[in-house]
Design a protein. Structure first.
Length: 95
């Protein structure tokens, strides 16, 4: 398991423990996902919208297509569970 996958697994376990629904697009096998597809889509039950996380290690960098999504505000890059908790607080999902 890669370092990125270890981080993502910790994030998914944290979301599950908080009863927050998500969809993971990561798959170790070849898939038909578009290159640059975010790793996690998370459901905000308060306003019934989805938002996306791109999981990276501390030294990980975004691909060109991920950078485009980042510039558009379509994804948030997270590198730890703490990053996710901060973002969930900003979104008003956590108090």
């Amino acid at each position: 398991m890669t370092e990125e996958m270890k981080i993502q697994t910790k994030i998914m376990r944290t979301l599950e423990a908080m009863n927050i629904r998500y969809c993971s697009t990561s798959n170790p096998r070849r898939t038909l996902n578009t290159i640059g597809t975010p790793d996690l889509f998370v459901f905000n039950r308060f306003n019934r919208t989805w938002f996306a996380y791109e999981v990276k290690t501390e030294s990980g960098v975004c691909s060109p297509s991920q950078l485009e999504l980042l510039k558009l505000g379509a994804i948030v890059v997270v590198r730890s569970v703490d990053d996710v908790l901060k973002d969930l607080t900003i979104r008003g999902i956590l108090k």
